[in-house]
Write a protein that binds this ligand. Structure first.
Ligand code: SF4
Ligand code: SF4
Length: 229
C-alpha cells in the first residue's frame, strides 16, 4: 500500500490562510489503513482546524467528507458539487489522489494534507516499512523475494558493497544489510547458486515517468478516445 503521514499542523494552517470555506477530504483506502488520511483522521484534522479558527475568532467554515478512493474518478465525481461550494479542498489522499482531485476541480485550489512516503507493508500496529520503488521491471524472483532496489540504500543488484558489517548496512547499524537478508533467504531456499553469476545491469527504461498502463481489453477504446481528441 501507499504509506503517507500527515503534514505538520502549522504547515497545513499556513496553506489554508485566506480561505473562508474548506472541504477536508479523506481517502478510505491506503492512507486510511496507515492512519494518516482516513475518515477518523479527517474528523480529527477538521476538529483541530475548527478549534484553531475559533481561537482566532475566525469565520472559516470547515466541512469534511471521506470517499473510498481519491485516485479514481468515479469516487471523486459525487463530491465535486460539495467541493465547488468551497474556496479550497484540503486533501488527505496520497500525492496521486491530490492530483486527480485537482485535475477534476481545475480552478479550485487542492492542498495536500499529507506527505506521501512510500509503497510498503504493515509490520505491526502502527509500523510500516518500504518494500517497493515501483521500478517497472520486478526482480524479486532472482532475489528470494527480497527487493535489493528498495532494501539496499544503494540499490545494488550484484551483492553487498564493501561497507556491510556483521550483517548490518553501513548506512545504519539499525538496518540489516539487504544482501545479508537475500543470502539468508536464498540459502533457506537452497538457491545460493543464484548468487554466483553476475546479474545484468538493471534496466531503468521501464521506470520512465510519468508511467502509463492500459489493460489490453481497453486498448482499442483508449486509441479511439485519443484519436477523437
Ligand atoms: S524489483 Fe522493482 S517492482 Fe520489484 S519490488 Fe523491487 S522496486 Fe518493486
Ligand atoms: S551495506 Fe548492504 S544494504 Fe547497505 S548499502 Fe551496502 S550492500 Fe546495500
Amino acid at each position: 500500500m501507499i504509506v503517507g503521514e500527515r503534514k505538520p499542523f502549522v504547515e497545513i494552517c499556513d496553506r489554508l490562510q485566506g480561505f473562508k470555506k474548506v472541504l477536508v477530504l479523506g481517502c478510505g483506502t491506503c492512507v486510511s489503513v496507515c492512519m494518516a488520511g482516513g475518515e477518523k483522521e479527517v474528523e480529527l484534522l477538521a476538529s483541530q482546524l475548527r478549534m484553531a479558527n475559533g481561537l482566532k475568532d475566525g469565520d472559516v467554515e470547515i466541512i469534511e467528507a471521506t470517499i473510498q478512493r481519491q485516485c479514481d474518478k468515479e469516487y471523486i465525481e459525487p463530491i465535486l458539487e460539495k467541493a465547488r461550494e468551497c474556496d479550497a479542498v484540503l486533501s488527505a489522499g496520497c500525492g496521486a489522489g491530490v492530483q486527480l482531485v485537482a485535475e477534476m476541480l481545475q480552478t479550485l485550489p487542492v492542498i495536500p494534507a499529507l506527505n506521501t512516503r512510500f509503497i510498503g507493508v504493515a509490520l505491526g500496529e502502527g509500523v510500516w516499512s518500504e518494500r517497493c520503488r515501483a521500478c517497472g521491471n520486478c526482480l524479486l524472483a532472482d532475489y528470494g523475494g527480497i527487493c535489493p532496489m528498495t532494501l539496499c540504500p544503494k540499490s545494488l543488484v550484484n551483492g553487498p558493497c564493501g561497507g556491510s558489517k556483521e550483517g548490518k548496512c553501513e548506512t545504519s547499524p539499525e538496518r540489516d544489510c539487504a544482501w545479508m537478508l537475500i543470502y539468508e533467504r536464498l540459502r533457506k531456499q537452497g538457491k545460493l547458486d543464484r548468487m554466483r553469476g553476475l546479474a545484468p545491469l538493471k534496466d531503468y527504461s521501464a521506470q520512465s515517468h510519468p508511467a502509463r498502463q492500459v489493460n489490453e481489453a481497453y486498448v482499442k477504446a483508449e486509441m479511439e478516445a485519443s484519436h477523437s481528441k
